[in-house]
Ligand binder design. Structure first.
Ligand code: ATP
Ligand code: MG
Length: 430
């Protein structure tokens, strides 16, 4: 019977003869013994091969195996306190499926080399664990919205205009005309608040980020909910609930995986709503009090966000930014003119911005006036402006960078490890 390593570790298989399919993780031979550590998608386990317990052919296979050779083993499950996971397999059969060539990944390789061979490095325990965690995190995020009556919408990736400023647009030739890879699906999500009311998009966004940072990718996965009849407060409340949902689920259902990724679940457990909500002006003062240097009217950089969240254990909102430094579609706060009804959610410990959200301008005249102020050509956005002509309603939305969220949840050093094949200014291979 073919089983999995995770099943063996449940203890149900003790004393039984089982078969496993997998890959050699480590390999050591000497005298009449071969010790192979074998992995499958569920875990890793030690296999002891004794010369007199297997056929001649299997003994040869066991000796010939390389790290990463694929194989089928047969053996008896034994309890062994010293073995990782508490169980070991005494092989009765050892058959290579593909011996392959010597694997080019060993210890102590440079980051650059590991990125060159990313397609093989994906098999490492580190990346396997991170990608499993990412899977669960994305799953919980989707689940959160699906449970709350949201519809998932499919936006186009090729677009006519950007919405986050021209400097980070990737241009392409679209049958002889200019088009762009989308920077955000927000505008397309807005189309659906007038029919589905609560929607979300989970799709890649593209930004030609020209600087190298530990939190910018040129291609990232963007979760963009958009809600009819939501104001700024409801928007922030929803973000808070969403973050707490994903965190609680991970802590409860995958604490071991979190640990394997280097994140202490007890630390995450403290991430309980409500999150602090701080006005932009106060946040700037706070940065300056804490030793930073920043003028009112400037945007926060990574350093300022780090200063602001240094003492925090939960994420915090900064809201009501000056309208001049924010996107044209954000609604001005009637109670605080000159500022918009937006918020950034900053993750603690230097991780920084994970969400940007706002109430959208929903009235036609207001939108046209703001676009003129920002020297935008209405023609480029005609369809978007049109939405305000027919039964428009107040609405809000936000954008969560999935890799930023994963980076914070797993406390990763760099955003590139939150995605299998990071696209950055210097790399789009493999
Ligand atoms: P930043 O100031 O960090 O560049 P932004 O203000 O450009 O962020 P938004 O345009 O508000 O970000 O995008 C919404 C969210 O998308 C951000 O909060 C962040 O989580 C994510 N995001 C933005 N740019 C990137 C990027 N280049 N790589 C990965 N995630 C990103
Ligand atoms: Mg940016």
């Amino acid at each position: 019977m073919i089983t999995t390593i995770a099943k063996v570790f449940t203890g149900q298989m003790e004393g039984k003869e089982i078969s496993l399919r997998g890959w050699v993780y480590r390999h050591r031979s000497g005298g009449n013994m071969v010790f192979a550590v074998v992995r499958d998608s569920t875990g890793i386990i030690q296999v002891a091969v004794k010369k007199d317990k297997v056929s001649e052919k299997d003994w040869k296979d066991a000796n010939d195996a390389y790290v990463e050779s694929s194989l089928t083993i047969r053996g008896v499950v034994k309890k062994d306190e010293r073995a990782p996971g508490g169980y070991e397999i005494g092989a009765t059969g050892f058959e290579l499926i593909s011996r392959g060539e010597p694997f080019p990944v060993a210890k102590d390789l440079s980051e650059e080399y590991l990125l060159d061979i990313r397609h093989l490095w994906m098999r490492s325990q580190k990346m396997t664990n991170i990608m499993k965690a990412r899977h669960h995190i994305v799953n919980y995020l989707r689940e959160f919205f699906n449970n709350d009556g949201f519809y998932e919408i499919a936006p186009p990736i090729i677009t006519r205009s950007g919405c986050e400023g021209g400097s980070t647009l990737f241009e392409m030739d679209y049958f002889g005309e200019k088009a762009y890879l989308t920077q955000s699906s927000q505008m397309y999500a807005e189309v659906f608040v007038f029919s589905h009311e609560k929607v979300y998009v989970l799709a890649p966004s593209f930004r030609a980020e020209k600087s190298r940072t530990i939190r910018h990718l040129a291609e990232y996965w963007h979760l963009e909910p958009e809600m009819a009849f939501y104001d700024q407060k409801m928007n922030m409340d929803l973000q808070e609930k969403m973050v707490q949902y994903a965190v609680e689920k991970m802590v409860k259902e995958h604490p071991e995986l979190l640990k394997a990724c280097g994140r202490d679940p007890l630390e995450l457990e403290k991430v309980l709503a409500p999150f602090e909500r701080m006005d932009y002006a106060k946040a700037v003062d706070r940065v300056n009090e804490l030793g930073g240097k920043m003028a009112h009217g400037e945007d926060f950089g990574a350093d300022e966000e780090a200063i602001l969240t240094k003492e925090a254990i939960r994420p915090m909102f900064v809201h009501n930014f000056p309208k001049d430094i924010k996107a044209f579609y954000m609604r001005e706060d009637p109670k605080k003119p000159g500022t918009v009804l937006n918020s950034d959610l900053l993750a603690p410990a230097g991780h920084g911005e994970i969400i940007g959200g706002s109430e959208r301008i929903w009235q036609y005249d207001e939108l046209v006036t703001r676009m003129k102020e920002q020297n935008l050509d209405i023609k480029d956005y005609q369809w978007y402006v049109d939405l305000r002509k027919y039964g428009s309603v107040p609405h809000s939305g936000f954008g969560l960078g999935v890799e930023r969220f994963v980076k914070w949840m797993l406390n990763l050093d760099h955003i590139r490890d939150a995605i299998p094949f990071p696209r950055t200014i210097t790399r789009c291979y493999p």
